[in-house]
Design a protein around this ligand. Structure first.
Ligand SMILES: [Zn+2]
Length: 153
């Protein structure tokens, strides 16, 4: 059941470029691809924190992690994947209304070139740059999604 006034709930109902949808989670790409394949892994149920996840949701998440880490490595030679569950935006106005989701930042020792675009990772080996921006078109995003999906088994 979607929660009122939750941006994340509406996001999961209008997936743009989903690369994986399971019983409990969705994985969708966003147009900022500063890290090639940057994605959101979102719980399909409105729950405010990781400690509220059910066993089934954790088990399903484990499967998502396994599939994605393999797929990103195979598709783009991304290693490691940086996983972050922050939800800080939900607290910009109080009371906060968080909805569990993870950010994936794939990291690249060698900058991948895809569709003629170089996806540099100058801070490789360090924390990712949260302000890095490389906005790609929906057409490019669709191509990235196709390659990732082809590698998810
Ligand atoms: Zn929600």
């Amino acid at each position: 059941m979607p929660a009122k006034d939750c941006d994340v709930c509406s996001f999961t109902e209008n997936l743009k470029f989903p690369i994986l949808v399971t019983d409990k989670w969705t994985v969708d790409l966003g147009n900022n691809q500063a890290y090639l394949g940057r994605a959101f892994v979102t719980l399909r149920t409105h729950k405010p924190s990781l400690s509220e996840l059910s066993k089934e949701e954790w088990q399903d998440f484990e499967e998502v992690v396994r599939k994605l880490e393999k797929a990103y490595k195979k598709a783009f030679v991304a290693e490691p994947l940086n996983w972050g569950c922050f939800m800080n935006n939900a607290y910009r106005s109080l009371p906060g209304n968080p909805h569990v989701h993870w950010h994936i930042f794939p990291r690249y020792k060698t900058a991948p070139i895809f569709e003629g675009i170089t996806f540099a990772d100058p801070l490789y080996g360090e924390f990712y740059d949260d302000h890095a921006e490389l906005i790609v078109s929906d057409e490019i995003l669709n191509k990235i999604a196709i390659v990732l999906k082809a590698n998810i088994h």
